[in-house]
Design a protein around this ligand. Structure first.
Ligand code: NAG
Ligand code: NAG
Length: 438
């Protein structure tokens, strides 16, 4: 009612200022259009003269901003403006009869408005703002405006996270009227749609609008078919923050773990270092858990990466445990065997002092025959050297025996390092291929 008063006031003032006939005023036009009466026919009936005529509604949606994307609840929040244009066959005038009036704003509540809803809409009702005025043209075409902070559901495919591209549908569908009564059409072609959204996009946040297109569709509701207009919005994530914050640290930690093979086992720091790396990776895993939903059937590549890195580091902790165990085992043996050899050497020294031929000297005898007989004076010296060499060899032999575990540990370590390195390289290739292929 207040709106009507305002209209009347505008009409009156326009009439006074121009000082022309009443046909130049909005009032006259309202009278002509029978909008000034309390007749409600225009409000309740679809404005067609023949009921079989289909009302065509031209829709245009403009995406103003992408405010947020929630991977957990699989929703996107955006800001949209949409206009609906249709023809009211009862409201037309010749603008030359009315001093060239070619536009009229009429309260929305006075007219029939197509009931169009968004299928994926998950926002609360307060987020919708409908312009209370509808724009009317002399040929009967009407335009209504609405803007909405739209939260719409979108089933994400996070397999390539954070290098993912999401295609979301925003489906406008006429709820009450079937396809024979009301048909939805896009007012703009795909190129214009994209250009407009790019031009007016205010905020995109983490996402970039890559493409926007529309498809005409029919939705079946039992036996009735409803006309639908599907806007397919393609969003691309800007992955930089995730790369800096997540992937690079993960790779660095893995490299650190790889480098820790060069820390000596004896220093005892290797083990602690590896466990620290393991803990750091579990912190990253916790962050990942906050980002990704647990609804994924296909584990995202990044989750594979995390699990693989975690497993690798875990294995390397186990391996370093084994190696340090073997080293310790070896050190025990070493102490015992050292004692043994010391005893042996002492014994030998004693025998050498007495210059008594022992078992070994007997064995050496055949070798002795190689020496020329004429140099018998040097034989003693040679014998002494030989003794020393034998003793040294024996000592080395006993040490080799006792260093057996150490050698096994070193072999295990080397093999593990090579295996680790190969797995790492293979995995990096796998990940890169997974992320790059589209
Ligand atoms: C009606 O007039 C408006 C404004 O002049 C124009 O944009 C629209 O295309 C016209 N509609 C038809 C169905 O001719
Ligand atoms: C989006 O709409 C298109 C066209 O109607 C359809 O083919 C596609 O399956 C829809 N996607 C989703 C996720 O509903």
């Amino acid at each position: 009612m207040a709106a009507l008063w305002i209209l009347t006031f505008m009409v009156l003032s326009a009439g006074v200022c121009s000082g022309q006939s009443s046909y130049c005023s909005y009032h006259g036009l309202l009278e002509h259009l029978k909008l000034a009466t309390s007749d409600t026919t225009l409000e309740i009936m679809r404005p067609v003269k023949n009921w079989t005529t289909t009302t065509v509604v031209d829709l245009a949606m403009l995406l103003y901003g992408i405010l947020g994307v929630d991977e957990k609840s699989q929703t996107v929040t955006g800001h949209i403006l949409f206009t609906m244009a249709w023809t009211n066959e009862f409201l037309n005038w010749d603008s030359s009869d009315f001093c060239g009036i070619n536009e009229l704003s009429v309260p929305r509540s006075k007219l029939w408005i197509p009931n169009i809803v968004i299928q994926q809409d998950a926002s609360d009702s307060s987020s919708l703002y409908e312009d209370p005025w509808v724009l009317l043209h002399p040929n009967g075409s009407m335009i209504s405006f609405a803007r909405q902070k739209l939260t719409f559901t979108c089933s994400f495919n996070l397999y390539k996270f954070p290098f993912d591209v999401q295609r979301c549908n925003i489906t406008f569908v006429s709820m009450g009227a079937d396809v024979n009564t009301l048909v939805l059409r896009s007012a703009e072609d795909n190129l214009t749609l994209m250009a407009l959204s790019e031009q007016y996009m205010v905020t995109q946040g983490e996402w970039a609008l890559r493409d926007m297109e529309y498809v005409h569709d029919l939705l079946s509701n039992g036996q009735r078919y409803h006309s639908a207009l599907v806007y397919i919005v393609t969003l691309e994530r800007k992955p930089f923050l995730y790369v800096v914050n997540f992937i690079i640290p993960l790779v660095y930690l893995l490299v650190l773990d790889l480098a820790s093979f060069f820390i000596s086992v004896d220093s005892g720091e290797k083990f602690g270092f590896k466990v620290t790396v393991l803990l750091s990776i579990s912190v990253l895993l916790l962050i990942l858990k906050d980002i990704l939903p647990s609804t994924e059937v296909d584990l995202p590549i990044i989750a594979n990466l995390c699990v693989a890195v975690f497993t690798l580091v875990w294995l390397s902790v186990l391996e370093s445990m084994l190696v340090s165990f073997l080293f310790n085992l070896d050190q025990c043996c070493d102490k015992e065997s050292k004692n043994c050899t010391e005893v042996k050497i002492n014994k030998k020294k004693v025998t050498r002092g007495h210059k008594e031929p022992d078992e070994e000297n007997e064995k050496v005898k055949p070798e002795q025959s190689f020496f020329p007989l004429g140099q018998l004076g040097d034989v003693d010296l040679l014998k002494l050297i030989l003794d020393e060499v034998k003793a040294a060899r024996q000592e080395a032999g006993s040490q080799r025996k006792s260093g057996c575990y150490r050698r096994v540990a070193t072999i295990i370590d080397n093999f593990f390092f090579v295996g680790y390195l190969l797995t790492f390289v293979a995995f990096v290739i796998y990940i890169c291929v997974g992320w790059i292929e589209f």
